[in-house]
Design a protein around this ligand. Sequence first.
Ligand code: SF4
Length: 388
Amino acid sequence: MKRLGIYVHIPFCEHKCTYCDFNSGYALEEVHYLKALIREIENASSSFLSHEINTIFFGGGTPSLYTPNSHDKILSSIFKKFKVNASCEITMECNPNSLSFEKLKDFHAAGFNRMSLGAQSFNPSQLKTLTRIHSRDQIIEAVSHIKRSGFSNFNIDLMFGLTEQSLEEFENDLKMALSLESRHISFYNLTLPKQHPLFSRLPHDEHCRTMFLKGENILHKSGFIHYETSNYALPGFECRHNLKYWHMEEYLGVGAGACSYLETCPQWIPQSDPCSGHIRLSNIKTPESYVKSIKDQQHACANFENLTNDQAFTDYLIGRLRILEPLPLGLWKERFGMGITQTLRDILLKHHNLGLLNFDSDKLYLTDKGRLFLDEILIDFVNLNTDS
Ligand code: SF4
């Protein structure tokens, strides 16, 4: 049986953070959006009768703003309409100020078994600059509630390369997250467009690289595996849903702006379009238009892309190079049924010559330097797909 992940997008937030470019921040609306989500899930299900769901991820936005009752309804519709594996990983993204012990107990009872907490920093002044609306104490309290309510598997999201951030400040953030016994820590380098008012206050790239290496060192010493460029986990606690994105495995996205990657055409795509076996779809972005589209057309698909084998393969490399486990070279031929094109070969050789990529017998992997300059490799692949 084929496997499928389901991503549910809840785009509502109490407030839009200054650095955020996600499809999020809309004023909370529960009734109509919830109804549309459930309808989309029910309509989509008939296209996935031969799939088993092994990961579900509620992201946003701030899904934890929704009541446990609403989450229960969404999950119940998935359980009812899809075949869900008994050990399915079911994650909810949450913010520290939208959680209480009672709420978390109800989320757990509804079926969630993993929480991902957006902390970003423990430093009060950084939280203020980032316009986060929670305090350091609220993060600590939220983690205590998460643990007491039965979640042994949870992630803490942190950022580094914050405005004028010192190495010591960054280390304190990381050590604090470790002291809270998180099984998984994501730490992302804050990146902002040049015109952003905070841009001039960001530390230099070299300083950010030092933080990255320092962080890696601290986490390794604490038993964490660096499994993806921005993600660390204790063995067995890697995020199975996010791994699907990086391995380019099938997932269905529901909700406003949600994206999907599928290998067969779902029923709501006009059958006149040939199916290449690598399909990317994305939904209408604003919650209002999304709700209307589901009501009028039964689906909310705004973009449909049939990738060629070359585009799919390049997409695959963009995701797969983020995973630090070496990539067996034979795998891409097996999966994409093709040899490597001259253009791809040239890009790989260029980065090999720059000391960013290496080949070891039949495996491709990032060098230590390549881990620090990953974006410079990926941009070549992104450009390749944009040009084609
Ligand atoms: S809470 Fe998260 S999703 Fe919402 S605006 Fe802030 S960073 Fe973006």
